[in-house]
Design a protein around this ligand. Structure first.
Ligand code: HEC
Length: 150
């Protein structure tokens, strides 16, 4: 009787031991899988080139050249208003014809005024912080807020 019990105890121990070791053996595989997914995630390209019309193009495509320049109002409201609405740091205010004609006179020509805005002048940051604006878009925004014509 005692022998039978010992045999049972041993077989239970062997069985449990097998379970434990198979769990231990399985663990590294799980870690491997997670690590591999992490690595794939980390080395994935930050952006993928995707041509409009292709099934991968789920997000709205970045402005295409054919879309033409954004409107002066749009650029002004996104970037220039921060300073040119209230006249922050001495910025000539929107629609303040007097202030703008003084700036134009100081610059000497519209093209110099435009290049000052593109390069930055005094407290005016380059491109008025619209770093993806083309020179044409900066000019359109200047026309919108100043009424000046190129
Ligand atoms: C951080 C504030 C700020 C923002 C944003 C800003 N401006 Fe200005 N801007 C100024 C200041 C200040 C001046 C006056 C600079 C001076 O004369 O010293 C100025 C002057 C100008 C001038 C006159 C340049 C000259 O030759 O005197 C133009 C044109 C101009 N800004 C266009 C823009 C446009 C277009 C935008 C938006 C795309 C813009 N600014 C955004 C602060 C700003």
């Amino acid at each position: 009787m005692a022998n039978v019990n010992r045999m049972r105890a041993i077989s239970v121990a062997v069985f449990l031991g097998g379970m434990v070791s198979s769990l231990v053996m399985a663990a590294p595989k799980e870690v491997d899988k997670v690590t591999r997914q992490e690595i794939v995630g980390r080395i994935a390209p930050v952006g993928e080139v995707c041509i409009e019309g292709q099934p991968c193009a789920t997000a709205a495509p970045v402005a295409q050249a054919s879309d033409g320049p954004r409107s002066g109002e749009k650029i002004y409201n996104s970037y220039c208003t921060a300073c040119h609405t209230a006249g922050v740091l001495g910025a000539p205010k929107k629609d303040d014809a007097n202030a703008w004609s003084q700036k134009l006179a100081a610059a000497g020509s519209y093209s110099t005024l435009l290049s000052n805005a593109v390069k930055g002048i005094g407290s005016m940051p380059p491109k008025g912080t619209c770093m993806d604006c083309s020179d044409e878009e900066i000019s359109i925004a200047i026309e919108y807020m100043s009424g000046l014509k190129p």
